[in-house]
Design a protein around this ligand. Structure first.
Ligand SMILES: [Zn+2]
Length: 87
């Protein structure tokens, strides 16, 4: 293998451990809930979700789950949950 590519692979392995290097500017996922599938997005500085709960509350189990999964890889504004999510 080319030595330059080997160097990149090594760097990628290191970067993969250093998740604070990464901040999502936007994302879109298909979220398989217990009863239905939803589209959950972070776009233009705001969360969006196609579930009914989100429409009333502006957050939901899907957005909160993504906050918990992605943690510090989300921009500050996306980590708006005012309460501590239990482990
Ligand atoms: Zn939702």
């Amino acid at each position: 293998m080319q030595s330059s590519l080997i160097g990149k692979i090594e760097k990628a392995k290191r970067y993969a451990q250093e998740t604070d290097r990464i901040t999502f500017s936007g994302l879109s996922v298909n979220f398989r809930g217990e009863n239905n599938n939803y589209t959950t997005e972070y776009k233009d500085g705001k969360w969006h979700c196609s579930c009914r709960f989100f429409a009333s509350w502006g957050l939901c189990s899907h957005t909160m789950a993504l906050e918990k999964i992605l943690g510090e890889m989300l921009p500050e504004a996306a980590r708006a949950t005012q309460f501590e999510l239990a482990p």
